[in-house]
Design a protein around this ligand. Structure first.
Ligand code: 6R9
Length: 588
């Protein structure tokens, strides 16, 4: 592994760990003591990685722990701010050595290991573009994103490479370098790849961040529309102003906090708040490699003395199933702020937070496109259970209706449903969908960004979520494109046509369900069903693949051949089919 291992057992004092880490990470090169990574700042230059890491590494905060990593095996690793500066400098130099420069995309598919954090920030130092991929994706979503994102470099692990990338490599001619991290010790030797640990060891830990324009692309996040083609949301270095301000004002973070954002950096929450925002504050990030496990999570909250916890309703719902007595025996006195994102936070969850942790859970609302939290029940807010709160300072929100003339009408009557819109221009606003200006422009009308969410605002100015205005599915906090799933289903030799919708699910919010029309020469059977489900899981990964299939003789479509997923869903749920003209064609 590329980050030196301390082998800390949990509970050893942070101070001891810091000095041990410092000894390990500081390479015995002359002049180490005075080493500073300098940035040729000037003319309004701003670089996310400098704001997140080097700024602190040049002060007495340098010995503060930036990253507290909890490995699957029970190992822990601590990386100080100066350690993180040196490692990210090395990674930036690795990129330079490969002739990877400004604007080049560096994709990372690893799971939550220290190398992911080093690669993300080192990439941004080099003004290359960090493109995170979710390691639980199947080969198909990975291939599409690497291809659309035009990735020149991929950082991945030996195991993930062999399972998911090697079979696709020939289809990705523009992917020049694959940098391998060993999942269980030194990386396996794999033809056509490079060993990241070797490259890092040979790279200098000094790096001068070149002048970075606030409008330079920093992060490329793929998100889902309704069609099969994911959208590459472009984020710029100047977004860090919003990451920082919202980390402070919506998550209440201060430099002394031990902050646990449970999201994977493959999703926007795990980048904006699993990496950038809290580091700009100077807080300590807790990163757990493992997937959700109720007992493990409670143990982490207690053992790591987490002070601020940012999680999602699906996880909260799973914890709500536990015996309340378990929480009475838990020592979470350090925990002073809990926030949630990604799905509606039901009132019962807010009340449960009060019972289990003696405090409400604060809802926060935002999207991949907004780059940072826009609306929240911030610190000090009187939490109205079920409401996601008010716009942060500098954010202007409204409830609007789309007019036929291409403009919008503002809704002024309280509690009237409409589409949630944001006045365009906040610092972390996405600057485009990669290579799709039409799709980007379709998001804006009369200077408002239209979110695709339906909501209402009450007379106090608090916002309440109603649902999505389009067909995009939210399952366990993850946006899923019905079109992307349908395309994979249609590849199956027995499938003539497919439609995918999200049906209500008590745990996941929505469950991915597919309606399949079989080819004429095929007939329904349990083995065909299983075969199609298995195909989808292999190609898409379990987080995205449908959980259920119903066979249909045909699918409802408009005269122009557009799938009417809403209608299918309404029929399935036995609810009124509603006004079909209200379906928004979001250009997605
Ligand atoms: C950060 C993130 C965005 C969509 C968004 C909305 C839903 C997010 C929510 C919420 C209800 C909240 N969403 N926060 N719904 N209450 N507090 O989740 O980004 O993956 O792009 O999803 O998630 O529908 O439009 P992303």
């Amino acid at each position: 592994m590329l980050c030196e291992t301390l082998g800390e057992s949990r509970g050893e004092t942070a101070a001891r760990s810091i000095s041990a880490w410092e000894r390990l990470v500081r390479r015995p090169t002359p002049g180490n003591e005075s080493r500073q990574s300098s940035i040729a700042l000037g003319g309004g230059s701003i670089n996310i990685a400098w704001q997140a890491v080097d700024r602190h590494a040049e002060t007495s905060h340098r010995t503060h722990i930036a990253l507290r990593w909890l490995g699957r095996s029970g190992m822990a690793r601590l990386i100080s701010y100066s350690g993180l500066r040196d490692l990210t400098n090395q990674f930036a130099n690795v990129l330079v050595g490969l002739d990877i420069g400004k604007g080049d995309r560096v994709a990372v598919l690893t799971g939550r290991i220290p190398e992911l954090y080093v690669a993300a920030l080192g990439t941004m130092k080099n003004r290359s573009v960090f493109c995170p991929l979710f390691s639980n994706f199947g080969p198909e979503p990975i291939r599409t994103r690497l291809e659309l994102g035009d990735a020149r470099v991929l950082v991945t692990t030996d195991r993930l490479y062999l399972r998911k990338i090697a079979p696709l490599r020939a289809l990705l001619p523009r992917l020049e370098y694959v940098l391998i991290v060993g999942e269980d010790g030194p990386a396996a030797e794999i033809p056509g790849t490079l060993d990241l640990a070797h490259l890092m060891a040979a790279a200098s830990d000094r790096f001068t961040i070149p002048p970075t324009d606030p409008e330079d692309m920093a992060v490329l996040h793929f998100t889902s529309g309704t069609t099969g083609r994911p959208k590459g949301a472009i984020h710029v270095h100047g977004a860090v102003a919003a990451h920082h301000a919202s980390a402070r004002h919506a998550l209440d973070l201060t430099p002394g906090d031990v902050f646990w954002c449970t999201a994977d950096p493959g999703w926007v929450t795990g980048t904006s708040y699993g990496i950038i925002g809290p580091l700009t504050i100077g807080a300590t990030l807790v990163v757990d490699q493992e997937e959700f496990d109720a007992e493990r999570w409670l143990h982490i909250l207690e053992e790591e003395q987490v002070t601020v916890w940012y999680t999602a309703p699906t996880a909260i719902r799973m914890l709500m199933r536990m015996d309340p007595a378990r929480f009475r025996s838990l020592d979470t006195t350090a925990l002073r702020y809990i926030a949630s994102v990604g799905e509606p936070l039901e009132p019962a969850a807010v009340h449960w937070g009060e019972a289990a942790f003696g405090q409400p859970i604060h809802d926060t609302w935002w999207q991949t496109e907004t780059g940072a939290i826009m609306i929240a029940n911030g610190p000090g807010a009187v939490v109205k259970p079920g409401s996601f709160g008010r716009p942060l300072p500098g954010v202007e929100a409204a409830i609007v209706h789309r007019c036929r003339d291409g403009g919008v009408a503002l809704e002024t009557t309280p509690d009237t449903p409409g589409e949630l819109a944001l006045r365009a221009g906040w610092p972390s606003m996405f600057r485009g969908y990669l290579a799709e200006p039409g799709r980007y422009n379709a998001c804006f009308r009369d200077g408002w960004y239209l979110t695709g969410d339906l909501a209402r605002r009450d007379a106090d100015g608090d916002y309440w979520f109603i649902g999505r205005a389009d067909d995009v599915i939210k399952s366990a906090g993850h946006l899923i494109s019905p079109g992307e799933v349908e395309a994979v289903l249609r590849e199956h030799p027995a499938v003539a046509d497919a439609a995918v919708v999200g049906l209500p699910d008590p745990l996941l919010l929505q469950m991915v369900k597919a309606f399949i029309v079989l080819k004429e020469d095929r007939s329904e059977s349990e083995s065909v069903r299983r075969d199609i489900l298995g195909h989808a899981r292999r190609r898409l990964g379990a987080a995205v693949a449908p959980r259920e299939i119903t066979f249909k003789a045909d699918l409802p479509k408009t005269r122009s051949g557009k799938l009417m997923r809403r209608l299918l869903k309404a029929r399935e749920l036995g609810i009124p089919e509603g006004d079909r003209s209200s379906l928004i064609d979001d250009g997605a």
